[in-house]
Design a protein around this ligand. Sequence first.
Ligand code: PBG
Length: 327
Amino acid sequence: MTAFPVVRMRRIRQNATIRDMLAEVTLEPRHLILPIFVCPGEGEARAIPSFPGISHWSVDMLPEIAGPAIENGVKAFLLFGLPTYKDEDGTSAFDAGQPVQRALGFLRESYPDTFLIADTCMCEYTDHGHCGHLSADGSVDNDATLELLSKAAVSQAKAGAHMVAPSDMMDGRVAAIRDALDREGFSGTGIMSYAAKHASAFYGPFRDAAGSAPSFGDRRGYQLPPMNPREIIRDALLDADEGADILIVKPAVPYLDIASKLRARTDLPMAGYIVSGEYMLLHSAISAGALERSRGLLEYHTAVRRAGCDLVITYFATELAGLLRRN
Ligand code: PBG
């Protein structure tokens, strides 16, 4: 007998059916974006030693990675490229004959229903590995870089990208790229900007995979300082003002506080990027027998949705989509 009405959620939790019916946050294959590294050559499906489970794919081999992803329900890819040449200004970023541009054409034709996003940055294309044009003092020249990024974005749009994803963190890049795309007749091409991209230790395996580690210094001059949450939100919202269509928070799980704060400040769609270092964290824990694979992956990825992200960019996309479909 109770003196007042008591609502005990246990009465709901103990029944699997109503528990499922009341799930507030869901993770579905349609929420996942798979990053792909495209390399030159033919017949290449080269494993990356420091990034177990992830490979470099030449354009002709893309069906081997794209096919299973699409079969499991993944609807979008994020493309990174290894160019055939690098120079001071990363001019191969806007060369139509390079792997990313060729991959865009190939995927557009082979999988017309798939949404294609191209990472737009200079670090994979410059011989020094920084994300833009260097000034005489070795720092990245913000405004000179905007021109290079705009050219890269236009070249990717021409090649078939539905969306470009600037990850360089220069000031004013979203506005500059929006302007360049519009001027060149690509007003329909979207911008998914890395709005909250932190100067993080979690990009290690990616930099090996993309050959984009800076040859000197680091990226703290342009990426966001992890200890400054107010500055991060202020900076991220600028991308929205400049015309970004989707905002990325990266890395994802170490920065879920940022995702949740940003969610409260914008109605734009958001994506959380579970980066290479987070992938390795999960991979190592699973390999060590310390984390149950399916449950661990589901819980980790669902956290990103719970924090307010619509989409999750993850190297686990194909496996996870398969799991979700079977559940
Ligand atoms: C390019 C870029 C990076 C990542 C995505 N785009 C690396 C960096 O900023 O050094 C990292 C992705 C990952 O670690 O999975 N600027």
